[in-house]
Write a protein that binds this ligand. Sequence first.
Ligand SMILES: Cc1ncc(COP(=O)(O)O)c(C=O)c1O
Length: 392
Amino acid sequence: VLPLALVCSLDARHRFEPERLSATCPGDGAPLLVEYPHRSLDRAAVARGPWSMWRYREMLPVDAAEEPVTLGEGSTPLIPAPQLAAELRLDVPLYVKDESQNPTGSFKSRGMSVAVTRARRLGAAALVAPSAGNAGGALAAYGARAQLPVIVFLPRDTPAILIEECETYGARVELVDGLIDDAGKRAAEFAAATGAFNMATLREPYRIEGKKTMGYELIEELGGPPAAIVYPTGGGTGLIGMWKAFDELEACGWIGRRRPKMIAVQAEGCAPIVRAFEENAPSARCWDDAFTAAWGLRVPSALGDRLMLRAIRESGGTAIAVSEADLLSGMAAMRTREGIDASEEGGAAVAALRVALDRGMHPDGPIVLFNTGSALKYAPRRAAATGAAAFA
Ligand SMILES: Cc1ncc(COP(=O)(O)O)c(C=O)c1O
C-alpha cells in the first residue's frame, strides 16, 4: 500500500484511500489530488536517478519495487532564448522549456506515464479518454507499453496525423461531432457502459502527478523558482500540477515561500479562464463556438477551472488571451529566432509574454516560456489553413 492519500481539491475533509481506481470526489465532483505524508526528496537520490521525470519517484505514486510504465518522458531541455529575449527587449534571462522533445511529442506523455502506471497497478482492464489530440496519442502509446486496450474519443475535425498516431499505437478511435467537451461526454458514457477506466483530464488523480514534474525540473535546472512561467492553458493540468509541485518542494525544503508568477495563456477564440480571471470569478463559464489553431487550447470548459484561477491569483500572475495572428507570429519567432520546434501553443506563450511586457510587467528574474508540444503534429492541417502564410 502506497503511503499517500487522495484529497478532494474543494473540501480537504473528503479523503480517500489510494488502493482502488478513483475518479472525482463522490461528494462534490471536484478533482482529487494526491497528498504525500512524507516530506523528503533526497537530492543525491534524484541526481542518481534516471534521466527522465522518474528521477523524482520519491514524490510520485509508485513504491520502491514498482516498474513504472515509462518511455523516458520528462527531463526535457530548458533552452536559453537570447535572440527572442533581445527582440522582446528583456533584460532578464529567457528560457524555453521544450516539451516537444517528449516521447509522443508533447507534455501529455508525462501525465499518461503516471496515470497508466497507476491504472495498470489498480487493475484497469481498458482505458478511455477524450482528447484534443495530443493526450490521445500519449494514452495510446502508454497503453501499448502497458498492453492495455485504449479507446480515444476525438472531435471529428482533429488533424488526421493525430488520429493516425492513436491508431498506429493500436488504439481504437471514435470521432465525435463537436469539441472536446462533447468527446468527454461520449467517453464517460462509454466508460459507464463498458467498465473501461476514464482517463479524462482531472477525472482521475494521477495525470497531474506526471505534469507536476515540469515544476520539479524547473527548480532543479534553475536552482530556484523563475520570476514568471508563461503557460499555454487548456484543461489546466500543467498549470495546476506545477503549482502543486512548488508546494511539495517547499515542504521538502528545496525552495522557500517565493513562487513564480503563473501567466496562463489562451487564444482569443477560446478564453474561458481569461474571461473568469478578468471578471474576478472563482470559476469559469463554458465558452461558446470555441475556435483556435492552437488545438490544445480549444477547451471550452475545464473541470480544473477553480484550481487554475486560484493558482494564477495566489501567484500574483495573470491570464492573457492572444489573437490567432499573434500566436502564429509567436510560433514563427520561436522557430526562426531560436530553432525550437514551437507549436501554435508555444507561439501563444511568446505572444502573451509580449502582451504582459506591454502592460508593464517588470520581471525581476528569469522567465520560462513553455512550448508544450511539437509543431509537426498539426502539419497537414496547418498547410490548409490561412495562417500558414506566417510560416513562409
Ligand atoms: C500542445 C498542447 N499545449 C497545451 C495544452 C493544454 O494543456 P493543459 O491541459 O495542461 O492546460 C494541450 C492540451 O491538449 C496541448 O496539446
